[in-house]
Design a protein around this ligand. Sequence first.
Ligand SMILES: *Cc1c(COP(=O)(O)O)cnc(C)c1O
Length: 356
Amino acid sequence: MEINLRIPGPTPIPPQVREALSRQMINHRGPEFAEILGRVTENLKTIFQTKNDVLIYPSAGTGMMEATVINVTSPGDTVVVITIGTFGERYANIAKTFGLRVVTVDHDAGHGAHLDEVEKVLSETKDIKAVFVTHNETSTGVTNDLEKIAKLIKAKDLLLVVDTESSLGSIPVKIDEWGIDVAFTASQKGFMCPPGIAMVSVSERAWKAVESSSMPKFYFNFLDAKRSALKGQTPYTPAVSLFFGLDTALEMMLDEGLEKIFARHKRIGEFTRKEIKKLGLSLFPYEEFASNTVTAVKIPEKIDGKDFLTKARVEHGLVLGGGQGTLSGKIFRIGHMGWVEEKEIADAIAVIKQLI
Ligand SMILES: *Cc1c(COP(=O)(O)O)cnc(C)c1O
């Protein structure tokens, strides 16, 4: 049975990338790797729409969340975390783990951050070291209006760190234009690669924060990565095979063109929502905030959510995402980022139609 992997990451990998992943090893301190690192970094800057430095680590996205926290803060600092779901809460938990004072902004599930709430918290909180925001909340299929949120934060001249893991390379994120100091993503979402590589952009202003940070860190010290990059290396052994894959994936992305990729994701997002509503199902998010990379759908009361997901997978080869935390059994999620066209969504819809 053919598998239709429709979870919001890891996402399916094109054949060209799979082939690149199987190449023989090379010396990670040799000229061949230096060339790949240079090219991948430059191509990432194009996709990130930034002139800032881009660093690459072998890590899950969560490792990079931790890295972004510990590189720009010092123990006892105050940070604001704008949470709209599970991944925002994870940022707050990481910050707390490192002894930071964390102020969060309240939210309604399924809704983007309320700009007036953001403004209020930013005005009322003293000595904010940095503001952390989730761009696309994968757990609920909600996309924040990052441009507007960034404006509020920049108006207060604050350091802005954004989790763009499930948006960057799929829906527009204008790092330089919107003044995003730190943004990260990982290989297994919009980048058509297996999990294992995380990448982050760091602005001039963020480098100043990194230089003055006294938070203990070793593996994730961005200053070491920056120094090594000048030699065409990474401080520790890179995920060499994933670099081969990412190199190929980036080439494919640049061949398609950023604007075309964004247009495809928008078209497929709209198509998914339209088809879901045609089945009489309801979207979990408020539609104005519905994401173009992942669609969260309410599971009707009469249906056993767990049973539905199992049947889809076992009987039809359709692998959907479930709900996380308190949403377990209440929603399912269809991933549509990276290497995806209408066909895969139409196939998924046909299965869902049979099961509800
Ligand atoms: C997937 C994801 C993460 C976490 O990534 P891992 O690679 O699973 O650690 C963080 N934030 C967002 C928005 C994500 O979609």
